[in-house]
Design a protein around this ligand. Structure first.
Ligand code: FDA
Ligand code: NAD
Length: 430
């Protein structure tokens, strides 16, 4: 940092993407004291996916999962940043950012002023809070996004072993936290409005497999139009004793000792929404993750970008692999070292109980499901005779590698022989 608080590069946000941005800056040979990362979290960047998995049921804690261990890099603890001359400002929330001038200025909530030639926005997303519902302020209601949330949630799950948790939401958080809670000895009730779990990705046939698995573990699924519409207070009006669920014109009380809510996330764009061109609820970026303002980049959950292999289809992706790769792209571009546009192969994954699935590509068109189902499942999405996306549950590492290599070529014409083999049993992925 210059004596005047100025940097060549400032990263706003200290999550998954920020950690990978730091790694890339170092790989590209950035000078000492040229980079500053400003994060409102109290800990150095970490692999956020850990929070809804082993963190909860196996007590895995930081520093075990600082970035970039998940992507094959070093475990970057605060000393790593110091050694590489990167200033890491923790516990520091950015309150204002003026990005439209040549030199960008950033003001923090605690009164610091920082200026930068280039800014990388990596503020991620926040949970959608059900603040408008009656009882939203009661004790015993949990959300999960950051390390601090996960510590509180893990403690509450432990304290409630043998008791009941209602998990609101049948998406990623609902599925992963529901599984962790069952493993921690709680009775789990999963409440969501759709017809089946993971509505953003799964088809009914795929979902059925996971729903049966959850039910076999004693997890109750309360779905099909069921919306959480209030939190119910206990006798002292302090803690939660369950939720009120609306379905059509009926109301139903579901009792529980604690509640976890996972009803989606919203990108944190409050700092910049009126200064940059926006799209899909995030910041519109080009193939170098640069926004409509030169020298301002957006990465990870907040970036709306074009997926090259899907004819430039524009989207946001709230998944870790994109956070990692988009951060690297933006750093190279900001340092004048980008030699190709962002070419991201969409990749999603999840792990629950002993299950583990991966998905590559786009879930458009007709989905054909195959595999033995014990526990292997393979599925492909077909549109206009082309393979658009591919899914595998419990595939071996080499099978996932082959699937990834094949997916890089999607969309491509279906190879009927390979498809038949894939769907019959194990993979020769496409
Ligand atoms: P991220 O949220 O990681 O970081 C944003 C950072 O910016 C935070 O530290 C935040 O505090 C900070 N910030 C925001 N506003 C600020 C301000 N004004 N000033 C300073 N700092 C500010 N994906 C996947 O592919 N597989 C998986 O298994 C999982 N699992 C998973 C579990 C859980 C519990 C969550 C919440 C999410 C996942 N994900 C996932 C999604 C994945 O973690 C997510 O896509 C990445 O963390 C996105 O990285 P970003 O850096 O964009 O945001
Ligand atoms: P999500 O969009 O996956 O699921 C939200 C669920 O909540 C949906 O089923 C939705 O219908 C339901 N819902 C909405 N309002 C409701 C209400 N009033 N009552 C009951 N159900 C309601 O979002 P999430 O699971 O909250 O995940 C949050 C973020 O974390 C996302 O960005 C996600 O990508 C990320 N995440 C990803 C992973 C992964 O990739 N494995 C794991 C955990 C979290």
């Amino acid at each position: 940092m210059g004596a005047d608080g100025s940097y060549k590069y400032v990263v706003i946000g200290g999550g998954n993407a920020a950690g990978y941005a730091a790694w890339e800056f170092v790989k590209q040979g950035v000078g000492k004291n040229e980079v500053c990362i400003v994060s409102r979290e109290e800990v150095a960047p970490y692999e956020r996916p850990a929070l809804s998995k082993a963190f909860l049921f196996k007590d895995v804690r930081l520093p075990g999962f600082h970035t970039c261990v998940g992507g094959g890099g070093e475990r970057q603890q605060p000393e790593w940043y110091a050694e590489h001359g990167i200033d890491l400002m923790l516990n520091t929330e950015v309150a204002k950012a003026n990005l439209t001038a040549g030199t960008k200025t950033i003001e923090t909530k605690d009164g610091k002023s920082i200026s930068a030639e280039n800014v990388i926005l990596a503020t991620g997303a926040s949970p959608i809070f059900l603040t408008k519902l009656d009882g939203a302020d009661l004790n015993g209601i949990f959300y999960l996004r950051e390390n601090a949330d996960a510590l509180k949630l893990a403690e509450a799950l432990k304290a409630n072993a043998g008791k009941t948790v209602v998990v609101v939401g049948g998406g990623y958080i609902g599925m992963e936290v529901g599984a962790a809670a069952q493993l921690m000895g709680l009775k789990v009730k999963l409440v969501f409005p759709e017809e089946h779990v993971m509505p953003r990705l799964f088809t009914p046939a795929l979902a059925q497999y996971y729903e049966k698995f959850y039910q076999s573990k004693g997890i109750e699924l309360l779905k099909n139009g069921r919306l959480c519409s209030a939190f119910l207070p206990d006798a002292e009006n302090k803690g939660v004793r369950g939720i009120l669920v609306c379905k059509d014109d009926t109301k139903e009380e579901i009792s529980a000792d604690m509640v976890v809510v996972g009803v989606g996330a919203r990108p944190n764009t409050q700092l910049v929404g009126d200064q940059l061109e926006m799209e899909n609820g995030g910041v519109k970026v080009d193939g170098n993750m640069q926004s409509s303002v030169p020298g301002v980049y957006a990465v990870g959950d907040i970036a709306s970008f074009g997926v090259k292999q899907f004819a430039g289809k524009r989207t946001r992706m709230e998944h870790v692999e994109h956070a990692r790769q988009s951060a690297a792209q933006a750093v190279k571009a900001a340092m004048g070292k980008s030699d190709a546009e962002y070419d991201y192969l969409p990749f999603f994954y999840s792990r629950v109980f002993d299950l583990s699935w991966v998905f590559y590509g786009d879930n458009v068109g007709e989905c054909v499901v195959g595999g033995s189902g014990a526990p292997q499942i393979f599925a492909v999405w077909l549109e206009g005779g082309k393979v658009m996306g591919a899914f595998a549950e419990s595939a071996a590492d080499d099978e996932v590698k082959r699937l990834k290599a094949a997916a890089k070529g999607f969309p491509k014409a279906v190879d009927e022989a390979k498809l038949t083999q894939l769907l019959a049993d194990k993979s020769t992925p496409l």
